[in-house]
Design a protein around this ligand. Structure first.
Ligand code: NAD
Length: 496
């Protein structure tokens, strides 16, 4: 079994990436500034990362534009594009431990998850789109004797990808892989909390033979680098995952600049409904607990509202607490840890504020509620469960993005469906029942982009991912995501 010492040795020997990748080169930023990169594991600064500003963004967009226009990638034979993207996937596997350690240090994620979930998922995503890139067909229009018409999917040009810190490499790959597969160039701006795996990805892409300028990586802050990218007149699309507040700004920036396309994967307040005829209470409790506590609750699809039918509520909550008691915050680099640190002091304070407000709103604290491992200097919050949460309370309505669960009870199925929809969000929902008719009706009536019956997060790259309502629009994953990075062109040839 690999040990803490093994991963600490990898971390100590690492040359932590810090420079932007622009036009195939690693260079200091044009701002002349760097920013401190803090690990939530123990609150220390692990390196200083080059801080890109508007001039760096401009250089990256220009490089991406040149690479797009001269056809070095989009006109490459599809077999060659595929070979290069597969080579990148192989290099990611070769460096899996390095990438996992970088991710774990940057965001406090357990190394076990970084290595066994994030990395394989990112690699699978890349291979899926590499496999798919020569299976995108156009259409032939209705026949007439004097005209031949067809439509083709054409790449958009320069795609700006702005991603969050909760699954840094995996979320980046959800954008980068389909965008490149469709023949676009990409400028990737990682979150300031988690730049390292994106920078390493940019380096590996060059090693794999992705032509210079095709994948540029620009670390920096949202209100400077991110804003400059989203306002840039030569960016054709912004593909975004992050908060609703920034999503709103991106639409505004699009309107103020060149009406670039925007796709938004935003937050959620996803309900998990346990009906009284739940087929397996123990299994459902396991999913309810991990549905909220996975990745320290920093998951856009976190099952943060648990709706339980009254007659089984006591038994179910007891079962849930039994599972949650065994989820104990630990050192992210320790291989046995399954619950790590929150990404930053700010995110930890946000979770602690919601815990305080839930208590003063009259909810009953059933588990957790405190910061722990303070002596480590890191940012750890216990898995926390509140019962008797009023549907109008902040904890039932606002996204915490931390390990805090709101339990609400209901009497009738229709009430559960109404409560499930009583939110501005619509990302995901889960429901547990033996009744196929109820499952089907509820799945159709709940306004969410993803609905799981008798399971949580039970699908993969093959199925579209994205939200209804204020959880955003546009889909990641599946073949639908390829089309997001393309425009349809109709060509009609008059036959003379
Ligand atoms: P955030 O919106 O603050 O930041 C996301 C990215 O946007 C970062 O790269 C940041 O630098 C950038 N950014 C910030 N201000 C910007 C600006 N003015 N212009 C351009 N870019 C800017 O979100 P976060 O704190 O990193 O992530 C948490 C949020 O992301 C949560 O709300 C969560 O639900 C959501 N999220 C959604 C999904 C999904 O697929 N739906 C997945 C993960 C996270």
């Amino acid at each position: 079994m690999t040990s803490l010492a093994h991963f600490e040795n990898i971390a100590a020997a690492l040359d932590l990436p810090s420079e932007p990748v622009i036009d195939g080169r690693l260079l200091p930023s044009l701002t002349g500034r760097t920013f401190a990169n803090v690990t939530p594991r123990n609150g220390t600064v692990i390196n200083h990362v080059e801080e890109c500003g508007a001039a760096d963004i401009d250089a990256a967009v220009s490089a991406a534009r040149r690479a797009f226009e001269d056809g070095r990638w989009r006109n490459l034979h599809y077999r060659e594009k595929k070979r290069i993207l597969f080579a990148l996937a192989d290099l990611m596997e070769r460096d899996a431990e390095t990438l996992a350690v970088l991710e774990s240090l940057d965001v406090g994620k357990p190394i076990k998850e970084a290595l066994n979930v994030d990395l394989p998922q990112a690699v699978r995503t890349l291979r899926y789109y590499a496999e798919a890139l020569d299976k995108v067909y156009g259409e032939v229009g209705p026949e007439t004797s004097d005209r031949f018409s067809f439509s083709v999917h054409e790449p958009l040009g320069v795609v700006g990808a702005i991603v969050p810190w909760n699954f840094p490499l995996h979320m980046a790959m959800w954008k980068v892989a389909p965008a490149l597969a469709m023949g676009n160039s990409v400028v990737l701006k990682p979150a300031e909390q988690s730049p390292m795996t994106a920078l390493k990805l940019g380096q590996l892409a060059l090693e794999a033979g992705v032509p210079p300028g095709l994948l540029n990586v620009v670390p920096g802050f949202g209100h400077t680098a991110g804003k400059a990218l989203a306002l840039h007149m030569d960016v054709d699309m912004i593909a975004f995952t992050g908060s609703g507040a920034v999503g709103r700004l991106l639409m505004q920036y699009s309107g103020e600049s060149n009406l670039k396309r925007v796709s938004l994967e935003l937050g959620g307040k996803s309900p998990q409904i346990i009906f009284a005829d739940c087929p397996d209470l123990k299994e459902a409790a396991l999913h309810a607990a991990w549905g909220i506590f996975y990745n320290q609750g920093e998951v856009c699809t976190a099952a943060s509202r648990l709706l339980v039918q009254e007659e089984i509520a006591d038994a179910f909550i007891d079962e849930l607490i039994k599972v949650a008691r065994d989820i104990v915050p630990g050192d992210p680099l320790e291989p046995a840890t399954n619950f790590g640190a929150m990404v930053s002091a700010e995110q930890m304070q946000t979770a602690l504020r919601y815990i305080e407000s839930a208590a003063s709103d009259g909810a009953a604290l059933r588990l957790g509620g405190k910061r722990v491992r303070e002596e480590s200097g890191g940012f750890y919050v216990e898995p926390t469960v509140f019962d008797n949460v009023a549907p109008s309370a902040a904890l039932a309505r606002e996204e915490v993005f931390g390990p805090v669960l709101a339990v609400i009870t209901f009497k009738e199925p229709d009430e559960a469906i109404r409560l499930a929809n009583d939110t501005v969000y619509g990302l995901a929902a889960g429901l547990w029942t033996r009744d196929i008719s109820l499952a089907h009706r509820a799945a159709r009536e709940i306004r969410a982009g993803l609905v799981w019956v008798n399971g949580w997060d039970a699908c993969d790259i093959t199925m579209p991912f994205g939200g209804f309502k204020q959880s955003g629009f546009g889909r990641d994953r599946s073949l639908h995501a390829l089309h997001k990075y393309a425009d349809l062109k109709s060509v009609s040839i008059t036959l003379r």
